[in-house]
Write a protein that binds this ligand. Structure first.
Ligand SMILES: C[S@@+](CC[C@H](N)C(=O)[O-])C[C@H]1O[C@@H](n2cnc3c(N)ncnc32)[C@H](O)[C@@H]1O
Length: 410
């Protein structure tokens, strides 16, 4: 009889939706395995006298059934798959024997050699699941398989491994991708993958511009900042470019700084595409409003200091009739005020805040070009913030933080 010890495992994708899976033991192994079982739609029965807080939360949320007791013979009845991971070796042996008898594929956390199934190192990217096992049973090494899995996933995320688009594809023609504040590591995995799949990239001045250098030569990169129209026309020209390229059947990524929907005009672009009958997907990004302060050591909230933060655009002065901001109300708030696009109007903004009641001594931090190699931070007081900014030649792009938190991490 051939021995499992000398033959490679046979890879299979188990379709567990609606099928009973028994997990014995509610510790770290269960905590790691349960999310994927639940994503697969398995009907999970957990048998364990105790569970970690996360596992308990899954039971409380009704995602699985939990019987608070030790394993007993018969628990695997009706199961298709079992994970045996208790801290009682005898119970593990008994459950494993029951699984064998009932022909239930069984993973064992304490004795892989005795198990009838192994969990591969797995992950998802670009619409595919990668699952890695060693070929030789004797060379089974979870660290090695996890390392291979990670390399493959990274390659997929970065587009270094080509995944042909699905015929008649679901994949979006246009993606509005939030690129984060500038550091190329701060784009989301999904954003990065879509960028790797693009034929055309329309990029803003802000955002992770270093990533553009990695694009293959056939990708057309359009610099949105250089579209030759006035400020108002530029947005229409960008919308037009998105529509034209998408209609040519190209995959278009609109790479934006921060988050597309935080002062990013993302909705205008989505609406223009919708009006042209072109579907688009929006990939959220890490907004500079929180990440740039964080990069300078400033938390926008802090227990006992600030229980709220407000993000506001300072691109028009408080007394400008176009301003939609209620500055007197903001002046009465005690929490953190994060001002974007406010360098030019900082004098008028600070004056309005003080006039309407904010303490002139309130700490202010200005962070220019946050998360990039050129990042710098200038600290000030509200009353003299504009003077200080001028003295230090602070220029856009900068995030201005007003409030007690601005004194932290200085
Ligand atoms: C048009 S808004 C776009 C905001 C963007 N959608 C976001 O969520 O971060 C541009 C403003 O964001 C701020 N900003 C964006 N990136 C920044 C960075 N790396 N450092 C400092 N400020 C930044 C500046 O206030 C800049 O004037």
């Amino acid at each position: 009889m051939p021995s499992p010890a000398t033959h490679p495992a046979y890879p299979a994708g188990l379709r567990l939706a609606g099928r009973k899976v028994v997990v014995l033991g509610g510790g770290q192994v269960a905590q790691r395995r349960l999310p994927a079982l639940l994503t697969a739609g398995a009907d999970v029965l957990l048998v364990s006298p105790s569970a970690t807080a996360s596992v308990e939360a899954m039971a409380t949320a009704g995602e699985l059934r939990w019987e608070r007791r030790p394993y007993r013979a018969g628990d695997l009845e009706g199961a298709w798959y079992a994970i045996v991971a208790t801290d009682d070796a005898d119970a593990n042996d008994a459950a494993s024997a029951e699984a064998e008898e009932r022909r239930v594929w069984c993973v064992r956390s304490d004795d892989a050699d005795a198990a009838s199934a192994w969990t591969p190192a797995s992950g998802h990217s670009a619409g595919v699941t990668v699952a890695v096992l060693t070929t030789e049973p004797a060379e089974r090494d979870p660290r090695r398989t996890a390392a291979v899995r990670d390399s493959l996933l990274r390659a997929l995320d970065e587009g270094r491994v080509a995944v042909p688009r699905q015929a008649g594809g679901e994949s979006p023609r246009v993606a509005l991708v939030g690129g984060g504040p500038g550091d190329p590591d701060l784009i989301t995995v999904r954003g990065r993958r879509l960028l790797a799949e693009a034929d055309v990239v329309i990029a803003d001045r802000l955002g992770p511009r270093d990533l553009l250098a990695e694009l293959p030569p056939h990708v057309e990169v359009i610099d949105a900042a250089k579209i030759p129209y006035g400020r108002a026309m530029a947005q229409e020209a960008i919308n037009e470019a998105l529509i034209t390229h998408a209609k040519e059947g190209k995959t278009v990524v609109r790479l934006k700084g921060g988050d597309p929907f935080v002062f990013g005009r993302g909705m205008e672009e989505a609406q223009a595409l919708a009006a042209a009958g072109i579907p688009c997907t929006v990939v959220p990004g890490i907004s500079s409003s929180v990440s740039v302060p964080a990069a300078a050591g400033i938390p926008v909230t802090h227990r006992g200091v600030a229980h709220e933060f407000t993000v506001v655009s300072g691109h028009v002065a408080p007394d400008d009739p176009r301003s939609l901001v209620d500055w007197p109300a903001l002046a009465r708030l005690r929490g953190t005020l994060v001002i974007l696009m406010g360098v030019d109007k900082l004098g008028a903004i600070a004056e309005a805040l003080v006039r309407h009641g904010r303490d002139p001594e309130t700490p202010v931090a200005l962070i220019q070009e946050g998360t990039t190699a050129a990042q710098r931070r200038v600290d000030a007081r509200l009353e003299t913030a504009a003077e200080t900014a001028r003295a230090h030649d602070v220029r856009p792009p900068a995030v201005i933080v007003v409030g007690a938190v601005a004194a932290l991490g200085a």
